[in-house]
Write a protein of this length. Structure first.
Lengths: 362, 59
């Protein structure tokens, strides 16, 4: 029996004023002219609510790049969805924030690239850091839930304690310390982003200390990054189980990276109802349930917890989307992850950082 | 996302930004006739404190 999805990730656009080197958008981005219309998105939100979705994430690219954003928020609110805006903050003035909150925005998640201006602007390829800091003060004057998302990796983890203090004084309700995940542009730049084992240890220590210090005031979420984990993440809560993603052109995907899997085609909301796509489409059914699982997953006690890990990661590292996620220490391909880790970290000392900035699709 | 079970939903629904904790315990005692108010107070208190740590409620 197919469970109902709980959350919809709506990539409203791939346009973005930032060029973050860790961006997980696909390398082939959707052009502005192919984006869904306001009416399309409103219909989609209503279908999602009917399908059981409770939680809507408005993201991109930069969702603020959509001039109709307040109309989308209003429609989603009327459909009784809990609305989270995942944003860089660029384009968010106080009047615009006020309009969005009046329209029904429940939660805002603001990204930070570092505590230090120069480093933050270097990582995002944009002079956005000062603006984000100012915006945090403005957000606190409004009645809206506020999460700060700090993306960490080898280029900033050397000063994690300083960054934690910095985000703490922005006074959010929640802090996400998000280790870069290797999809899209982050995969291109993995060699420069991969942390050292020492950085991981220090990060987990600082997070544990901070959680104690901020308990009851700020919630801190941080998970050990994939390549250093013992078991894989329950990616998306399982394939086609809890979450669905719609890209700017209206293609519905089980996750943001699924286009790397060969032989999968994604159905569009321009042609099908969300209900049909969720229940009947080939892509959503491909890795549902346990029939597709190889050993060791098929007889593993953890299979109902992590669902064999991430299909896209299995594809990207082993070449086989149906393989056990090689992040799992029980995977016969786990050595590939160990090799990648040591190779990337070995080059850390000796090479200057050379990476690719995410461009803005026209 | 959290999933509420049993009295959890009843407790959370009473959190309206106006009621005091005593008000909530009083209402729950009415709703769950036969339950001991001391037990309600202790369990609701623990439940709400858990939610506060998760930053789901404030008081």
């Amino acid at each position: 029996m197919t469970p109902n999805p709980l959350a919809l990730i709506a990539e409203l656009t791939h346009r973005c004023p930032l060029h973050c080197v860790y961006c997980s958008n696909p390398l082939q981005m959707i052009a502005a002219k192919s984006e869904l219309s306001t009416e399309d998105w409103i219909r989609v939100f209503n279908e999602a609510a009917k399908l059981g979705v409770l939680h809507l994430h408005l993201t991109g690219g930069e969702p603020l790049a959509r001039a109709d954003l307040h109309e989308l928020v209003k429609a989603a609110h009327q459909a009784n969805l809990y609305i989270n805006l995942i944003t860089s903050g660029v384009g968010l003035t106080e009047p615009r924030l006020s309009t969005l909150i009046d329209a029904g925005l429940d939660h805002i998640q603001l990204s930070f690239q570092d505590s230090r201006t120069d480093s933050a602007n270097w990582i995002s390829g944009t002079k956005a850091h000062a603006l984000k800091t100012e915006l945090s003060k403005i957000v606190r004057r409004f009645r809206v839930a506020f999460t700060v998302n700090l993306v960490v990796h080898r280029q900033n983890l050397d000063h994690i304690a300083e960054m934690m203090e910095f985000v703490e004084q922005l006074n959010p309700d929640r802090i996400e310390i998000a280790h870069a995940q290797y999809y899209g542009w982050a995969l291109e730049n993995r060699a420069a982003l991969m942390p050292t084992p020492q950085q991981i240890d220090e990060c987990m220590r600082v997070v544990a200390d901070s959680q104690e210090r901020m308990a009851g005031r700020i919630k801190i979420d941080c998970v050990v990054p994939d390549y250093y984990a013992r078991y894989p993440k329950a990616c998306m809560g399982g394939w086609g189980r809890r979450l669905l993603l719609i890209n700017p052109a209206g293609e519905v995907m089980p996750c943001h990276a699924a286009n790397v899997i060969p032989g999968l085609t994604f159905d569009s909301v321009r042609e099908h109802t969300l209900d049909w796509i969720w229940r009947e489409s080939e892509s959503f059914n491909r890795f549902r349930g346990e029939a597709w699982m190889p050993e060791p997953c098929r007889s593993c006690d953890r299979r109902a917890e992590d669902f064999g890990g991430c299909r896209c990661q299995a594809l990207l590292v082993t070449g086989n989307a149906a393989a056990t996620d090689p992040v799992c220490t029980l995977s016969p391909d786990h050595f590939l992850i160990e090799n990648l880790r040591s190779a990337e970290v070995a080059t850390a000392e000796t090479s200057a950082v050379s990476w690719t900035y995410r461009p803005n699709p026209l | 996302m959290i999933r509420l079970e049993g009295p959890g939903r009843a407790i959370l629904e009473l959190c309206d930004g106006q009621k005091t904790f005593a008000d909530i315990v009083h209402q729950l005692a009415n709703q769950f006739a036969g339950a001991d108010a001391t037990v309600i107070s202790k369990e609701a208190g623990t439940f709400l404190d858990d939610l506060r740590i998760k930053r789901i409620v404030d008081y």
